[in-house]
Design a protein around this ligand. Structure first.
Ligand SMILES: [Zn+2]
Length: 511
């Protein structure tokens, strides 16, 4: 049993309580606009630096530029070696052990470009555009961004203007505002800028493991990806992972004349169709036993998902479908479950090349979206067991004559992770609560920030958080219609201002 706390300890404890009760400092829209404006030249300069991680020298130029940007604002910085494409670490000095430490993750690399697909001179020469009454984007003098009033609907076009250089500049700008206001930090601030996110962050686990002490934190905030389409403040707590699988059903040794052998030699295309039909029902629900068993959704989570303002009628219209699969009660709920998707099928030929044959094999390529509790191994194992139960003998590749003589039904099935694991943090985790409150502080409780339990697509969150083993929240800051990864990527200035306010609120709010 420990002794009672001394007076000094007691006072520190009370001070800690007071700090916890304190709220975030608020940055007015006008003040955010002023600091944003002061950052636009630096933002433009940053956007002129090509950043496809295929070229290490380009990555290094971005790292050096940003290292200077962070140092200028008083950060201590360090380049984290990564095979010639360093990541950048930055930390605000004066960390207080009474405060929690938050590691902010963003990435400085970008997708490749195809310049001729862009409606501007070069993806590396950013331009300012506004929408005409006819809905077209027209270029205007970018000098208007540097002084004079800025229309929140204007957009900056250029590679990485949104993904993910805008959040980095918003972050720097929020620190400028904090310094100008003399506002106090609510958390200790660390930053890591990934240099290979668009390549799937292949070595981030290694880099993070090599700098575990430097990167030690109580939570990770990831500023990446688009906000909800409504532009309401958005919080994301996880993402599905991805795995690929291939299923091949074998028939006779060679394709056969369908007149002489139809009704006699079994057709593998038909059998593949039967197998696939045994794996999913007509409502789109996977019928492989156990497939959904590990997904547990509580009432509170269902309520939060139902509150996400998705316009599903508009979505169905855009997709051209009358009715969605019956996996979840709504779009958000459907994303909480692992998927089993046929992404391609082939057997013999169709169209001009079709012939009157019984094919000798049929193949289906699948992709399985995984969840934190249902990884590729688990799902692949269930499918394999299901195939065996349908009477199939599974072979590792083309069957031997011996296999052919012994087994009536022959197939091969393989699966492996592809593009990252799933990751998830509980919605009611401390970091989720803290980020939610910071957003309410900045933008008010109504309309409520959008909370997404798990998004459907795959991003390298798991690789980042697995290495450091701390809870995380994804706080996307850029407009949903930013043409991320495509040509004419753009950043809406209104989102730039809101992003600065969000970050300001996060770094000044204790948790
Ligand atoms: Zn990104």
């Amino acid at each position: 049993m420990k002794t009672l706390p001394s007076l000094a300890l007691g006072a520190a404890f009370l001070a800690g309580l007071a700090a916890n009760a304190a709220s975030a400092a608020e940055l007015s829209a006008a003040s955010a606009a002023r600091h944003a404006q002061a950052s636009y030249r630096e933002y433009f300069d940053l956007l002129t630096l090509p950043n496809d991680a295929i070229v290490p020298a380009d990555v290094r130029r971005n790292v050096e530029f940003l290292e200077a940007s962070f140092r200028k604002r008083g950060f201590a910085t360090q380049q984290l070696a990564n095979d010639g494409k360093p990541m950048l670490f930055a930390e605000l000095p004066g960390a207080d052990p009474q405060r929690k430490t938050v590691l902010f993750y963003m990435h400085l690399d970008g997708q490749p470009v195809i310049p001729e697909q862009w409606a501007q001179k070069s993806p590396w020469i950013p331009v300012l555009k506004r929408r005409t009454a006819q809905g077209e984007w027209e270029e205007i003098d970018s000098a208007r961004l540097f002084d004079g009033p800025v229309d929140p609907e204007w957009r900056v076009f250029g590679r990485s203007s949104a993904d993910d250089k805008a959040p980095i500049m918003m972050f720097l700008s929020a620190i400028d505002a904090l310094r100008a206001d003399g506002a106090a930090l609510g958390v200790n601030v660390k930053v890591v800028l990934d240099s290979e996110e668009e390549k799937g962050s292949p070595s981030i686990g290694k880099v993070m493991a090599a700098h575990r002490d430097l990167l030690r934190s109580d939570a990770i905030v990831i500023h990446d990806g688009p906000m909800h389409a409504t532009n309401r403040p958005t919080l994301i707590f996880g993402n599905r992972g991805a795995a690929k699988a291939a299923l091949t059903v074998y028939g006779a040794k060679v394709a056969l004349h369908s007149g002489h052998y139809g009704n006699y030699s079994p057709n593998p295309a038909q059998r593949l169709a039967t197998l696939l039909a045994s794996m999913k029902d007509d409502r789109g629900r996977v019928t492989v036993p156990g497939y959904y068993d590990r997904v547990k959704l509580g009432e509170a989570e269902r309520r939060i998902m139902a509150a996400v303002p998705d316009d599903e009628a508009a979505m169905r219209k855009r997709l051209g479908i009358a009715k969605p699969d019956a996996v979840g009660a709504n779009y958000q709920e459907a994303m909480q479950y692992p998927s089993l998707n046929v992404r391609g099928m082939a057997s013999a030929a169709v169209g001009d090349k079709v012939a009157n044959i019984v094919p000798n094999a049929a193949v289906a390529e699948l992709d399985l979206r995984t969840t934190p509790d249902s990884d590729a191994r688990y799902l692949g194992g269930l499918i394999e067991a299901h195939l065996r139960k349908q009477g199939y003998h599974l072979v590792p590749g083309a069957p031997t004559d011996d296999d052919r003589a012994r087994y009536e039904k022959l197939a091969s099935f393989s699966y492996q992770g592809e593009g990252g694991n799933a990751a998830g943090t509980p919605i009611d985790s401390a970091v989720g609560q803290w980020a939610y409150e910071a957003m309410v502080e900045a933008f008010g409780a109504k309309p409520e920030p959008v909370r997404i339990r798990m998004m459907g697509g795959t991003v390298p969150t798991a690789e980042i958080v697995e290495a450091l083993r701390v809870p995380f929240a994804i706080v996307p800051l850029v407009n949903a219609d930013n043409n991320q990864h495509a040509s004419n990527e753009n950043m809406r200035m209104g989102n730039y201002l809101d992003g600065i306010r969000t970050i300001y609120s996060l770094v000044t709010r204790p948790f």
